[in-house]
Design a protein around this ligand. Sequence first.
Ligand code: 13P
Length: 328
Amino acid sequence: MDINLLKQTAQAMVVGKKGILAADESTKTIQKRLEKIGLESNPQINLAYRQMLFTTPGIEEYISGVILFDETIRQEIDGKSMSEYLSSRGILPGIKVDKGAVDMEGHPGEKITEGLEGLDGRMKEYEKKGAKFAKWRAVITIGQGIPTDDCIAENAKRLAEYAYICQQNNIVPIVEPEVLMDADNTLEVCREVTSRTLKAVFEKLKEKGVVLEGIILKPNMVISGKNCPVQASGEEVAQVTVETLKDTVPAEVPGIVFLSGGQSPDQATENLALINQIPGSPWKLSFSYGRALQDEALTVWSGKEENVEAAQKAFIERAKKVSSPRAS
Ligand code: 13P
């Protein structure tokens, strides 16, 4: 394990105003996204779409790295392997390595993420293919009597094992415990669950001996559930999100990149800007958005070659807005 390399990579992921593009939709998720524009997913269409995003001129000014799906890291752009292409543009290639969240046995309504089996071998292959960082997403659901401590603890344990394996292979782990925003809970409930989850995650990371200077945390913002009748303002979201992180995330962690989690592009942009206006955070606060960065470009593209330029314009405009003013 090369600790200096891990630190360097982690810092490069959140350097300046830059953040990460999450383009690692699984086969099922990319199918869902493409259905919205009337297309059926297959490896060629998936590549055409992602190529439109990745070849956007100037995008490296705002995007430090891209999270890829297994299918994509094996594909090529301009005769170059995907990692070579991205690296030639000054963008770090990353890879989603979890195998998705499944129902947790004996825990109705709760999920557990799979993918530890054979992970070390897969990580070695991805490292050879040029991946510099990885992602593992755990899903925590808010509901009647959930999340349970058992579900949080098991997801945290697996995140720590994944992070340990990444670092052994000189790959920076993005540690993503996502508290979903789909329920009708208040901001306060999201704060309590996010805090409980992050505490458990850092406890397990510490137990496992993961080097915190060589990870990036990818949490949800602390936000009202989508179906909560009272929606907290952006200022409240920013305030409570930063407070919750200060309570739970050690200062050694170099960067925190939020997921958008179903927030609209404008909402995700505005909330991150407000978060960055709050002074005194010890870590870089940035983004690792999927939908909030891609949604507008996807709609403009609509699968048509003649729309590529306009879609790239929509994409870079959003990336520029998201990475805009930073307080620190
Ligand atoms: P969203 O920003 O669309 O939530 O996706 C980010 C991500 O990578 C979730 O794992």
